[in-house]
Write a protein of this length. Structure first.
Length: 396
């Protein structure tokens, strides 16, 4: 069962071809490209004297390759790319940064500075492609307060991820202390035409959660950031420079809906929850499972999600007697960091399920589609009804 679960996961990933999806989104015909979704306008590349591309996140390389393939040799952009690891083969003409994840590092700051410098040189004759995927919040970073240091931001990150706040609230704080988040990349190239193509499993109404919304209007406010910091008793844990900004109400506001920075900006999610779940269901049904897709548990605490999903699995088994059944879900669970171990929310969820499935013919797999689970090099974990007994036998 564990092998079957892993096979379903791998087949799901294999079905999601990122360069192909990007080519389909642009649908280039000669000099004309579509700005993502079918209802977005068509853009004539000949109208621009300059093409720029900014690709960052865990899928930065395949997205950049897809863009280069879609535009062809006639329209090669000036590019900057930030990803967790170096490319298998360099992209000609692109500056490449290996940024830190899940904590920003010197390369994250260097990438942020290079991106803002490049965007600052863009004018109304420039077309900018933003290619964004998960992990962008740490892979590209730069403080809005120039006196804040990398160590300040690393301390801030440690405080945020261990405080227990949901990711939406963490992102509100990130947006207001960063020069690259909360619409500020769009603001850096106000006059340019901007096309953002994104990959994420964030819910449809939370697109600005992806990489903390660098090219989208920010609906949150400085007051929201201050309230959240106070609610989770974060201010005393912040480094001095950032603590002073909160205490003195000195945080600058992010750009909002109606700002000129978004007048010629287009956003499109080219891979999201529907594509992921469709591919997963097809892979599971090919293995003979009767599938239930349930996406109710996004941001739930681990134990609540485990109890709910296992109950759904039992109900699915009652509906289909004598048949193999599966429950598929996506999103993220709330799993505050409480120690110095290795892993992330996927491993934590599976461990939460282990005692609940002990002795039963059930397998549970939880994995990140980006191949990383927290600070672990694994994508996640998989367990079955015998895991608990094997762990006890091994004195774990």
């Amino acid at each position: 069962m564990k092998q079957i679960a892993e096979r379903i996961f791998r087949r799901t990933l294999a079905a999601l071809d990122i360069p192909d999806a990007l080519e389909r989104a642009l649908a280039r015909r000669g000099p004309f490209v579509r700005a993502g979704r079918e209802d977005n306008p068509v853009v004539d590349l000949r109208q621009f004297g300059r093409l720029v591309a900014i690709s960052f996140g865990k899928a930065a390389y395949p997205m950049a390759r897809g863009l280069v393939r879609a535009l062809g040799p006639e329209y090669l952009p000036e590019g900057i790319l930030a990803a967790p690891a170096g490319p298998s083969s360099p992209l000609p003409g692109w500056q490449c940064f290996a940024g830190g994840h899940p904590v920003p590092d010197t390369q994250s700051f260097a990438a942020g500075r290079a991106i803002l410098d490049l965007l600052g040189s863009c004018d109304d004759q420039t077309l900018v492609f933003f290619l964004i995927s998960g992990g962008g919040s740490s892979l590209v970073e730069l403080p809005v307060d120039p006196s804040a240091t990398l160590e300040d931001f690393r301390s801030l990150h440690a405080a945020l991820v261990t405080c227990g706040a949901p990711i939406e609230e963490i992102n509100v704080i990130r947006k207001h202390i960063s020069a690259t988040k909360g619409g500020r990349m769009a603001l850096a190239a106000t006059a340019a035409t901007k096309i953002t193509l994104a990959i994420s499993d964030v819910p449809p109404d939370q697109e600005d959660s992806l990489a903390s919304g660098p090219t989208l209007p920010d609906s949150s406010t400085v007051q929201d950031a201050e309230r959240i910091a106070a609610k989770w008793r974060l201010i005393p844990r912040f480094p001095a420079s950032l603590r002073a900004a909160f205490e003195n109400h000195a945080l600058p506001e992010t750009p909002k809906e109606g700002d000129p920075a978004f007048a010629r900006a287009h956003f499109s999610l080219i891979f999201g929850e529907p594509e992921l779940m469709h591919a997963a269901r097809q892979a599971a049904e090919a293995e003979g499972f009767a599938c239930l897709c349930d996406q109710a548990t996004d941001n739930w605490p681990l134990t609540k999600a485990a109890d709910y999903l296992l109950a759904q699995l039992e109900e699915q088994a009652r509906r289909h007697p004598g048949k193999d059944v599966a429950v598929l879900t996506d999103g993220e669970l709330s799993s505050p960091v409480t120690g110095n171990g290795t892993g992330g929310r996927n491993s934590a969820f599976v461990l939460t399920c282990v005692p609940r499935i002990a002795g039963k013919n059930i397998a549970v797999l939880s994995a990140g589609t980006d191949g990383i689970d927290g600070n672990s090099p694994a994508a996640g974990a998989v367990a079955d009804g015998e895991t608990s007994a094997r762990a006890r036998a091994a004195d774990l």
